[in-house]
Ligand binder design. Structure first.
Ligand SMILES: Cc1cc2nc3c(=O)[nH]c(=O)nc-3n(C[C@H](O)[C@H](O)[C@H](O)COP(=O)(O)OP(=O)(O)OC[C@H]3O[C@@H](n4cnc5c(N)ncnc54)[C@H](O)[C@@H]3O)c2cc1C
Length: 476
């Protein structure tokens, strides 16, 4: 490949994978990252020797090329970890995947009977369309099970009622699960369902370790990963991006390149284009929503708290949505084996009451939630740190699809700009599919014709999927 220059916005999994693929093909790349470390949502934060993921990050994929790349990068440092996670609801911990006997004992005979009858009713009712999350789940599991195990947690995550969430999200995340399969899984110990993965890989020092290895490999090949460098403007002539402006410690710098790849959230990318796109494109960008996220890391003065990697907290009487126990992911995440570090996860939206709380208030809330759940007393918590993460979850609301099509059509009009990754495509992708879009974008620069927008999180969980298969119709 003749030497070309590429500027990549964002050093998350997608941007770093695109960079690695390009440098391996002899291209020169500069990755521009606004934070002080690589990894994006999959970075590992560090506080007084304790390591925290932005939500625990499992490495699991059916994309052969991604799996091979992970192993190549980390080798023996990539460790197989067993998953244990339970649901906390109505003062009980329910095994997850749900086990009929366990659920029966904790819910009681009467409630279990009502769930069974409501399931039968759903099964006997003729097929109805699934437009919303609520319909998707109720039609498959019955209204009672939906109310018990899906509604409260899902509404905590998304901050909107389940009848306003598109069925796409359920189809992407919990497809393949049915009450019948849950029973079969419980009896025979089998599991073919993607949300119930029982084992995964994990780097001993958290997912950030993987992305730091990518950074080192890119830099060793003579390309650059520039941290604390925010992209604020992309100048264009309607057909090509001509220059990009970054800001680093208050100083603006203009850069030119042959190709541009962006992993920044689509609304921000559209707002950074100069001259601005047409009004309908700006309106579509404003219509795409993200859900934000706060992680309160707590250091608890106790060696063992609970055996799970994480707990889902469905109970509406506490605000916390999920609790990570990092030493159960890897002992090396915690510097002192007599202590436990927890990641108390709060789903929120910038500007709301939760987002507006001070760090001290958030630590106090996390301690109170922990005590209310009976997991630890407030005076056992010896320290806490708050990590705020914007744009953690692309929201699939009633209008997102329409807005996304408008943005896709507009962006495909550029010859030398590709958007990739989770926020770059506004798709609920895990690391593997975010990386796959990075591989395809790099191959497009090398002359390929892959449609990154067609990378479908759905397909590859069931099929061996190689990046070659992502090839579709024309892509400029
Ligand atoms: C709570 C949570 C749990 C998750 N758990 C898992 C899991 O278990 N397994 C899994 O595989 N995946 C998981 N994911 C998904 C995974 O984090 C993403 O798929 C992946 O990080 C997306 O990579 P990306 O490069 O597309 O985007 P990001 O990780 O978002 O990276 C984008 C990067 O661009 C930078 N950036 C943005 N704007 C600019 C700008 N203007 N200038 C410069 N830099 C900019 C950002 O700082 C960021 O570093 C989880 C996500 C969340 C939120």
């Amino acid at each position: 490949m003749a030497e070309t220059t590429t500027l990549i916005i964002g050093a998350g999994p997608a941007g770093l994978t695109a960079a690695l693929e390009l440098v391996r093909r002899g291209a020169r790349v500069t990755v521009l990252e606004k934070l002080d470390k690589v990894g994006g949502l999959a970075r590992t934060e560090f506080y007084k020797g304790y390591r925290f993921d932005i939500g625990g990050h499992r490495f699991y994929t059916k994309v052969g090329e991604v799996e091979a790349l992970w192993r190549q990068m980390l080798g023996a440092d990539f460790r197989r970890t067993r998953r244990l996670s339970r649901i906390y609801y109505r003062h009980h911990f329910f095994n997850y995947p749900l086990e009929p006997l366990d659920a029966l004992m904790k819910l009681g005979l009467w409630e279990s009977l009502r769930i069974g009858l409501s399931y039968l009713k759903a099964k006997l009712t003729p097929h109805r369309p699934d437009e919303t999350f609520e319909q998707w789940v109720t039609h498959r599991f019955g209204a009672r099970l939906y109310e018990t195990f899906f509604k409260s947690y899902t509404e905590k995550v998304w901050g909107i009622p389940c009848h306003k969430i598109r069925a796409d999200w359920a189809a992407q995340r919990i497809k393949g699960l049915s009450l019948r399969t849950a029973v079969v899984n419980a009896v025979f110990g089998t599991n073919n369902t993607k949300s119930l993965i029982q084992e995964f890989d994990y780097p001993p020092l958290g997912p950030g370790m993987m992305w730091e290895r990518f950074q080192q490999t890119i830099e060793a090949a003579g390309s650059e990963v520039r941290l604390r460098t925010e992209t604020v403007k992309l100048a264009h002539d309607g057909r090509r991006v001509t220059r990009l402006t970054t800001r680093r410690e208050g100083e603006a710098t203009e850069m030119a390149a042959d190709h541009f790849i962006s992993t920044m959230p689509l609304p921000e990318l559209i707002a950074a284009l100069d001259p601005p796109p047409p009004a309908h494109v700006l309106a579509a960008a404003r219509g795409l929503k993200h859900r934000d996220f706060i992680l309160v890391g707590l250091i608890v003065n106790r060696a063992e708290l609970f055996p799970d990697n994480w707990l889902y907290v469905h109970s509406p009487d506490v605000t916390v949505g999920r609790i990570q126990n990092f030493k159960n992911w890897s002992a090396a995440m915690v510097p002192d084996p007599r202590k436990t570090s927890l990641g108390m996860e709060y789903f929120c939206t910038r500007g709301d009451a939760l987002w507006g709380r001070t760090d001290a208030e958030l630590v106090a809330l996390a301690k109170a939630d922990l005590a209310r759940l009976g997991l630890a007393e407030p005076d056992e918590v010896e320290d806490g740190a708050v990590i705020r993460q914007l744009d953690a979850y692309p929201v699939y609301d009633a209008d997102y699809h329409r807005h996304l099509e408008t943005l896709r059509d507009y962006l495909l009009g550029f010859e030398n700009l590709q958007t990739i990754g989770r926020s770059g495509l506004h798709r609920y992708n895990n690391q593997d599919h975010s990386m796959l879009t990075g591989m395809l974008a790099a191959r497009n620069i090398a002359g390929g014709r892959h449609d990154v927008w067609s990378v479908n999180t759905e397909r590859s969980y069931y099929e061996e999927f190689s990046a070659k298969d992502g090839a579709r119709g024309p892509q400029p």
